[in-house]
Design a protein around this ligand. Structure first.
Ligand SMILES: *Cc1c(COP(=O)(O)O)cnc(C)c1O
Length: 381
């Protein structure tokens, strides 16, 4: 029998790489590891140690770096929300920890306009989601107050551009919840940059826990997330997580991820954010200049901020009389073109967004060529 030569090189796997002008999306591979992250992961990979102690030491260091009181490292922001909800429901009580998934005996309160695919993280614990307000109307403080009852485990808030319309301000939610003795958990997965958000929700706005993805703007391993905030709730996260047999056990964070996210946070808090934004603005300016004006009939381009899911400047391209279906077909076609480029649909049906976040020097021109050629190819002759 002849064995085929098997390698673990990406080049041998026939999975084409794409230029990422879309942003930090799991479907595209997430992020680009920050300098030093892969080395930190390799460095610990051949070592045996007390994983519990490592989680605590890494958590303490990340808390210090981000001006928080405590930190739990999860296997992603979605896992971080699940473990945070479990922590609010069960605390460190072994019987309660063993009881997940529960049968709707505890509530998590959410604003109706915040419901989205990631609320699965809360639902998987078995809590009942209680909505306040409507999808097109923020609740009043009184409505929120009335929803906080003895079975309420916490309020779950989503922050970022898609969730800001029809939403109570974080400060108002915190004030109402605090008066009722109910913790507030903020899912801020993609809200770095700016790096200051790592302490803003907890230290400045008073949320009890804030959850971030380690694999988006922080540029750590894809399978990491941060749960930052109150020490007793972080202790409860540890009690509901790997390596303990608990609802969090299947969301394991290994030693490599722990060192990787620590290196990424160290890099993130030290980087020159003004320089980063200046570079993004330059790229956007070039795209807007080349795609806007009268360059392509029926096509307009402008700078947009924030993006659909992040706080990064974008080049927003608008095509006259485009339907959402045509626009989505255009986005899909670029991803499978000879030189694959990933971009995003914009908020309006006739808009695209080009995101400079992960576009390297030299790739910006390729993105421009590919998008311009595709747009010119649509003009009827
Ligand atoms: C990206 C995202 C998540 C998931 O983050 P992971 O780190 O991939 O688990 C959760 N919530 C929101 C709002 C997000 O944007």
């Amino acid at each position: 029998m002849v064995h085929r030569l098997v390698t673990s090189r990406i080049a041998d796997l026939a999975v084409p790489s794409v230029i990422n002008a879309a942003g930090a999306y799991t479907l595209l591979g997430g992020s680009r590891l920050a300098p030093g992250v892969a080395a930190a992961m390799a460095d610990v990979s051949d070592t045996f140690l007390d994983l519990d102690l490592l989680q605590r030491r890494v958590g303490a260091r990340i808390a210090e770096l981000t001006w928080n009181e405590a930190c739990f490292v999860a296997s992603g922001a979605a896992a971080g929300v699940a473990v945070a909800i479990a922590a609010c429901v069960a605390g460190t009580d072994p019987m309660a920890i063993d009881a997940f998934p529960i049968a709707g005996t505890r509530d998590v309160v959410m604003q109706a306009s915040h419901r989205n695919g990631y609320d699965y993280s809360a639902r998987m614990t078995g809590v009942r989601l209680v909505e306040v307000g409507a999808t097109d109307r923020a609740p009043s403080e009184a409505e929120l107050r009335a929803a906080l009852v003895p079975s309420t485990a916490c309020v779950l808030l989503f922050t970022g551009p898609p969730y800001e319309a029809h939403s109570l301000a974080v400060e108002s939610v915190v004030a109402v919840a605090r008066a009722a003795g109910v913790p507030v958990v903020v899912d801020a997965a993609g809200q770095v940059p700016p790096v200051a958000n790592l302490w803003r929700y907890t230290r400045e706005l008073g949320a009890d826990l804030a959850v971030f993805s380690g694999g988006k703007g922080i540029r750590g391993p894809q399978t990491t997330g941060l749960v930052l905030g109150r020490p007793d709730l972080v202790e409860a996260c540890l009690a509901n997580a790997n390596p303990r047999h608990s609802i969090g056990r299947p969301m394991k964070v290994g030693k490599e991820e722990l060192l990787g996210i620590l290196a990424a946070v160290e890099w993130t808090v030290q980087q020159d954010e003004a320089a980063l934004f200046a570079r993004w603005e330059r790229t956007v300016e070039r795209w807007v200049a080349a795609l806007g004006g009268d360059a392509i009939p029926g096509v307009e381009a402008r700078r947009g901020f924030p993006g659909v899911h992040d706080n990064v400047p974008q080049c927003v391209v608008r095509v006259a009389r485009w339907t959402a279906t045509e626009r989505d077909g255009f986005v899909a076609a670029l991803k499978t073109a000879d030189r694959p480029v990933a971009i995003r649909a914009g908020l309006a049906a006739d808009e695209l967004q080009l995101n400079p976040m992960f576009v390297r020097e030299g790739e910006g021109l390729i993105v421009l060529d590919v998008v311009r050629d595709a747009l010119l190819g649509m003009i009827p002759r």
